[in-house]
Design a protein. Sequence first.
Length: 270
Amino acid sequence: MYQRKLDLHVHTDNSPDGNHSAMFLCERAELAGMRAIALTDHCETDVYRAEHYDKRVQAAYMEATMARSAFCAKLLVLRGIEMGQPHYDAKTADEIIGARDYDVVIGSVHNLRGRPDFYSMDSFTEASAHALLAEYFDELLGMLRWGGFDVLAHLTYPLRYFYAKAGIEIDLKAYAKQIDEILLQTAKAGKALEINTAGLRQPIGKTSPELETVKRFRELGGQYVTYGSDAHYAEDIGAGLDTAYGIMREAGFTHFTFFQQRTPLQMPIE
């Protein structure tokens, strides 16, 4: 059992798919013996005003600030944001991030241009899954070129839904060149790679990414790895932490990373 327990990717009810308040999540985190929690509510940049993320982002930041004060000396509450598709509207993304004093900015791609979140897509075929995945990896590279984030989240995000909705399993060896370029650029930019454990609670039953990709990240010069449960319910805070830490260690990392005031800080993996 690992003692340094941090969960660096958690959603409150200020995310459309979140279910509990910041205060309640922090209370549960403290009771679970967590040392720190990052509240990283969604901001889907491409629909920022159309779907009222402007109001959600403001509420999320204020509630995280109140929780930080309430749990001072009991739990480190980090104010974060998960920027979805930030490079689709880089000007807006820069304005959102620049307007607030975030500890951590997570970068994600949840949907391809002009299409819904992979979560909401109706069906996939082998051919469509492969085409979508190639395009998805290209968009991750586009997000890296924008570069205004700290943590690259759930690198293999679409695989969850290819499997859950169509039973399609993808051999990532076919995408080795794209993935290597993503990992290399992530390492060169000094950004952290997240081991996201939400898939362990879903039909796919895997972390995102898996061990081999985390190993490859280290081989390509990656210094920083983080862990996130991607919890949308209080009971999932810290879920999969031991698995994620085990992957870090097996991949050759001795420390994990968290961010305060956008600065990477490292703690040893016990």
